[in-house]
Design a protein around this ligand. Structure first.
Ligand code: SAH
Length: 240
């Protein structure tokens, strides 16, 4: 019992954050649900990752994979994908969905820190999308991703910048005005500036090779990649 409590306490995870995703788990593949934004940005981030890392034939780890939206799409680009998350319900949905889609992603309920102790330097590409802003110690996740990638391999992160505009767009706009996301999805204090993410990456031995902003146009209701990293952004890093 004591050991179990200790394990839970030392896990780099926020129970309330995991709970939020558990409540929505049955909706992961409903493109008109709270997960609509993830479905809409998926082709953009997939193209960014594939364009820079060339997914075909690569061994890829998707950290915080949720219901498998990105994991499956990387599989269909020809990658050998492992998806990990600490949300059991999300992983069950991901496993069920691939019976339908024909994807063959290996899903595992394990923390990224734990996997890093077991399978260091064994992935060509690691992706960690829209997850860092939900964990208590994001720097530890960045460091674990760096341990999991092979030398020369790529690690991709995406998260939300922290500034008044990001608060307005990602919290007020997305959760309160446009109802794109459930209220309470994001906690402003956990947003991450590109300078902070870059510094964690460098400390972990990762070189920052590029960054793209992901913007939502409420008129056209479309997302696009561009130079504006003031709200949502993607970062490409490589292990030296
Ligand atoms: N990366 C996916 C899902 C993003 S939603 C995508 O972009 O499509 C955030 C995911 O992070 C959820 O599935 C949630 O369960 C997971 N998560 C939150 N805290 C976590 C932690 N500490 N370790 C692993 N996964 C976590």
């Amino acid at each position: 019992m004591a050991t179990e409590t200790k394990t839970i306490q030392t896990l780099n995870a926020d129970t309330l954050e995991l709970q939020k995703f558990a409540e929505l788990a049955h909706k992961w593949w409903d493109k008109n649900s709270e997960f609509k934004p993830l479905h809409e940005i998926n082709p953009l981030r997939l193209a960014y990752i594939d364009g820079l890392a060339g997914l075909k034939g690569k061994r890829v780890l998707d950290v915080g994979c949720g219901g498998g939206i990105l994991s499956e799409s990387m599989y269909f680009k020809g990658a050998d994908v492992v998806g990990i998350d600490l949300g059991e319900k999300a992983l069950n949905v991901a496993k069920l969905h691939q019976l339908e889609s024909g994807a063959k992603v290996a899903y595992q309920l394990v923390s990224v820190e734990q996997l890093a102790t077991e399978q260091a330097a064994s992935f060509d590409v690691v992706t960690c999308m829209e997850m860092l802003e939900h964990v208590p110690d994001p720097e530890s996740v960045v460091a674990a991703c760096a341990r999991l990638v092979k030398p020369g391999g790529s690690v991709f992160f995406s998260t939300i910048n922290r500034n008044p505009k990001a608060y307005l767009f990602a919290v007020i706009g997305a959760e309160y005005l446009l109802n794109l996301l459930p209220k309470g999805t994001h906690d402003y204090a956990k947003f991450i500036k590109p300078s902070e993410l870059s510094s964690w990456a460098r400390h972990a031995g990762l070189n920052v090779s590029g960054m793209r902003g992901m913007s939502y146009n409420p008129i056209t209701q479309h997302y696009c990649l561009g130079d504006d990293v003031s709200v949502n952004y993607l970062m490409h890093t490589q292990l030296t």
